[in-house]
Design a protein around this ligand. Structure first.
Ligand code: ZN
Length: 262
């Protein structure tokens, strides 16, 4: 309750907010191979691609594993720089100490939430995360509920399912693609809700891909990931070549900053 009161005060003292992005949603679809995206398999995500900007040339870090890659994504730093070089974390152990995207959003006055589908991603909860939860199956619903609050404006949502489908049936297998269709359909109402809240930015990306029934190896396929940006406002185009997942934090931070200067 009090956090909404505090944010209401911030709104009063920062008139530039009227022109800022009202809502920012960052979705990491765990283990999403960019080649899986298609109008047939993922119509909601492909609709974002048509309207926005995207690259299918995203690259994970070494090794391309879930917690290591998400930490690189959220901190904008390589595993060597941010210090998270193992893929494990348990509740009670120290959490991330480097600045994350959630910290940046909070510093800019955004009410923040972080919903994640694997316990080890609790490592990335920081003091600047207003609401957070391990949400194995209901992250989309939790994000929708969070956004029903007027001061709630930034969500980082991690969705799992594809890593298991890839490990069980193979990356890009029919079962894997069916799981992506399931995720795409589940995301649709949240994407509509975000777009209905005024100026918005939606980012959809992933932590890594895989090949055959493997991931986390040095095979080039395992490093692949997409980055999709959608907004009602103008967006920068991706340059040619590879986009490192460590660039995502700076990219989103830049969009928040450029927006607030208008
Ligand atoms: Zn993963």
């Amino acid at each position: 309750m009090w956090k909404w009161v505090v944010m209401s005060c911030l709104l009063l003292v920062r008139p530039a907010y009227a022109a800022e992005l009202q809502t920012v949603l960052v979705v990491s679809v765990d283990a999403l191979h960019p080649a899986a995206l298609s109008e047939k398999t993922s119509p909601s995500l492909n609709a974002l691609m048509r309207k926005g900007r995207y690259t299918l040339e995203g690259r994970s870090v070494t090794p391309p594993l879930t917690l290591i890659a998400h930490t690189a994504m959220m901190t904008g730093m390589s595993p060597a720089q941010n210090g998270k070089q193992d893929n494990a974390w348990r509740p009670g152990e120290p959490r991330v100490s480097s600045e994350t995207l959630l910290d940046v959003a909070k510093q800019r006055g955004y009410g923040t939430a972080y919903f994640y589908a694997k316990p080890k991603l609790g490592y990335l909860v920081s003091a600047n995360t207003d609401e957070h939860a391990l949400a194995r199956d209901d992250g989309v619903e939790r994000a929708q509920t969070f956004f029903s609050n007027p001061g709630a404006r930034f969500v980082f949502l991690h969705i799992s399912g594809l890593e298991d489908a890839g490990s069980d049936s193979g990356w890009l297998s029919p079962e894997y693609l069916a799981e992506l269709t399931h995720i795409d359909k589940a995301l649709a109402p949240l994407l509509r809700q975000v777009a209905s809240r005024g100026n918005y930015l939606i980012v959809v990306t992933s932590d890594h891909a895989g090949h055959a029934r493997l991931h986390g190896t040095l095979d080039p396929e395992d490093f692949k990931l997409p980055v999709i940006l959608a907004s009602n406002k103008a967006l920068p185009a991706f340059g040619p070549g590879v986009f490192s997942i460590t660039e995502l934090k700076g990219l989103v931070q830049g969009l928040l900053a450029s927006d607030s200067r208008r």
